[in-house]
Design a protein around this ligand. Structure first.
Ligand code: XMP
Length: 318
């Protein structure tokens, strides 16, 4: 049971002692709390000998790269930004299978990250935001999440790149990381950010991913996010997001018949993502979501609400 201020002090001291004067540390930023706190702790210890790398994988949400970069800047981190979106999207072309999409995104990430890291001299360590539950899971590795869907993270990188690992959070649970984040001055929207999967919007576009579909989903997702935040529901639920179905249905606009995509809204409450219940959102909020998505997002003429719980449905649609 740590007191968090002394945890920060001790961790920073340990990293200072570990990393020699001429050595550098790299880390991958996702914009989420774990990688951000990890980067901040290492940065406190060794300053700009930490090289935080942020890879745009082409399947991020609306404005996400800009928002992550400006947050990191405000926290004093000098981020190495790699826009690899065209490479990822090229490789995802024609791929419909969810597990194949995950695999392509995971492998391409490792490749891009490895290539980028080689540009820097004297990199000896990789810092990762592994938490205690991740440590347990990778030891037993029997959880349904591991067998039903392959969850992608940076695993495998350290051995391939001959890097030593720094995992300052590996003894902590999420609520402890949140306390540390607060002490380090991270904003509320990062500390309480809903989980976002590594493969990003690629597993929320059912079937093949394309620029056109990404544009549509980004707009719909931004509306869901905005309305959830404005209504106060964003922080009450586990996850809330839009899914783009590869199905067109008939609608009518003025005198004209339309034939456009369907967006599904998914909103669940959960403790640990192993089980989840769909949330009984108020009708007026659902109505606003539907009206705004249909009116504001070109290419969508129908919105449905997902009323399935986990199990047997999963949280994500892929
Ligand atoms: P499911 O869909 O399995 O999701 O009920 C459980 C939780 O895990 C997230 N998720 C992922 N996270 N890579 C990730 O980093 C993935 O491939 C992945 N698939 C699902 C999902 O958002 C939910 O929080």
């Amino acid at each position: 049971d740590w007191s968090m201020p002394s945890f920060i002090e001790k961790t920073v001291e340990d990293i200072k002692n570990l990393v020699k004067e001429d050595e550098k540390v790299i880390c991958a930023l996702s914009g989420g709390i774990d990688s951000t706190v990890t980067a901040l702790l290492v940065h406190k210890a060794i300053g700009d000998r930490l090289i935080p790398i942020f890879v745009n994988n082409g399947v991020l949400r609306k404005n996400e790269p800009e928002e992550v970069l400006s947050l990191m800047k405000s926290l004093g981190l000098k981020v190495d930004y790699v826009d690899a979106s065209s490479l990822f999207l090229e490789r995802l072309k024609g791929v419909e299978d969810p597990e194949k999409k995950r695999k392509i995104i995971g492998e391409t990430f490792i490749e891009v990250f490895e290539k980028e890291a080689k540009k820097f001299d004297n990199v000896v360590y990789l810092a990762q935001g592994t938490l205690y539950p991740d440590v347990i899971e990778s030891v037993s590795f029997k959880g349904p999440s591991a067998t039903i869907k392959s969850h992608h993270n940076v695993g495998g990188l350290p051995e391939r790149m001959h890097l030593k690992l720094i995992e300052p959070l590996r003894e902590l649970f999420k609520d402890e990381v949140r306390k540390i984040a607060e002490l380090l001055g991270l904003p509320k929207h990062i500390i309480w950010r809903q989980p976002f999967p590594g493969p990003g919007l690629a597993i929320r576009i059912i079937g093949e991913v394309s620029e056109e579909k990404l544009d549509i989903l980004r707009e719909a997702d931004a509306i869901v996010r905005e309305e959830m935040l404005n209504s106060g529901w964003y922080y009450k639920v586990w996850q809330s997001f839009a899914v783009l179905l590869p199905v067109k249905t008939v609608g009518v606009m003025g005198d004209a018949r339309t034939y456009e995509y369907v967006v599904a809204i998914r909103c669940v409450e959960s403790q640990d993502a192993m089980t989840a219940d769909w949330v009984k959102l108020p009708y007026d909020l659902l109505e606003r979501l539907s009206n705004r998505i249909i009116n504001e997002v070109k290419g969508v003429n129908r919105v449905v609400y997902d009323i399935s719980s986990k199990p047997p449905a999963t949280i994500e649609w892929e």
